[in-house]
Design a protein around this ligand. Structure first.
Ligand SMILES: Nc1nc2c(ncn2[C@@H]2O[C@H](COP(=O)(O)OP(=O)(O)O)[C@@H](O)[C@H]2O)c(=O)[nH]1
Ligand SMILES: [Mg+2]
Length: 261
């Protein structure tokens, strides 16, 4: 591993950090050995996940943050963390599995909703209620904001207290006018302090790490398992499985237990 490159990353050299981010994002050669080296410098940054429907105002509320799509979110966070960033913001569109994954990566999860009718119901359905540490009702300049905020507060009130006795608040913001953003920042810091004071951050970090390792092992096993020989085996058998001569379960059991290499 290039010692100079590593030193530049951990001393927050912009170009080196950008290069490292590209490297892990594209899973270039050497990205894993880079992540191995960076690991011991990680764990200091506070990771903020922000999720919610498209157009809710997530990017507006987190203006000035580094942009870009990234499929290797956790790895990109590790690079930024090692480079000495105090806060890392991860923005995801709250419509699928991704935001639930984010909650397992983030230390503080913010769910952004807007006053449009049905939004809070949608949020409940999507499981966003379970993952939010802070609720933000953005576009509070719009009609009906107070009513939706009250509904959200009522729903939250019915929830059992969190594992570490954090009280979830609903904050009203108008991102486009920079209203309520200071209160949001204060709430994030309050949550961070709460995690530190209760010691729950340590538990949370271990859970995140466990998840990360499970994912790593699963991915590696999957790639290793589905070699050419096994893929061929599957394509040869698919005909008789689709004709119901045998079934997918028996096939799966056999291909695992036969230990074909
Ligand atoms: N009326 C109103 N518009 C807003 C507010 N915050 C953001 N917007 C607008 O909503 C649109 C979507 O915002 P964006 O931050 O890109 O949403 P994202 O998809 O959640 O990241 C943009 O045109 C913003 O200018 C707000 O508080 N009030
Ligand atoms: Mg956005």
């Amino acid at each position: 591993m290039d010692k100079d490159f590593l030193d530049k990353i951990i001393s927050s050299d912009k170009r080196a950090v950008a290069k490292a981010l590209t490297k892990v994002e594209n899973e270039e050669n050497g990205s894993e050995s880079l992540l191995k080296e960076l690991y011991k410098y990680t764990g200091k940054a506070h990771r903020i996940g922000i999720t919610g429907p498209p157009g809710a105002g997530k990017s507006t509320l987190t203006r000035g943050s580094l942009g870009g799509l990234c499929k290797s979110v956790v790895e990109a966070c590790d690079v930024l963390d090692a480079s000495g960033k105090d806060f890392i913001i991860i923005e995801t569109v709250g419509v699928g599995q991704s935001e639930l994954d984010i909650a397992q990566t983030a230390d503080t999860t913010i769910v952004v909703l807007v006053p449009e009718s049905g939004d809070s119901v949608q949020a409940m359905k999507a499981g966003l209620m379970e993952i939010a540490d802070i609720f933000v009702l953005n576009k509070s300049d719009r009609e009906g904001a107070d009513g939706v905020a009250a509904t959200l507060r009522n729903i939250i009130h019915l929830k059992p207290p969190s594992r570490y006795n954090w009280i979830i608040n609903v904050l009203k913001t108008t991102g486009s006018q920079n209203k309520g953003t200071e209160e949001l920042l204060n709430e994030i810091i309050k949550h961070k302090d709460h995690l530190d004071e209760t010691g729950f951050i340590k538990i949370k970090r271990k859970e995140q790490l466990t998840k990360k390792i499970l994912d790593l092992v699963n991915n590696k096993l999957e790639v290793k398992f589905w070699n050419d020989k096994r893929r061929k085996e599957l394509s040869e058998e698919i005909e008789s499985i689709s004709e119901r001569k045998t079934d997918p379960y028996t096939f799966a059991e056999n291909i695992i237990s036969n230990q074909i290499v």
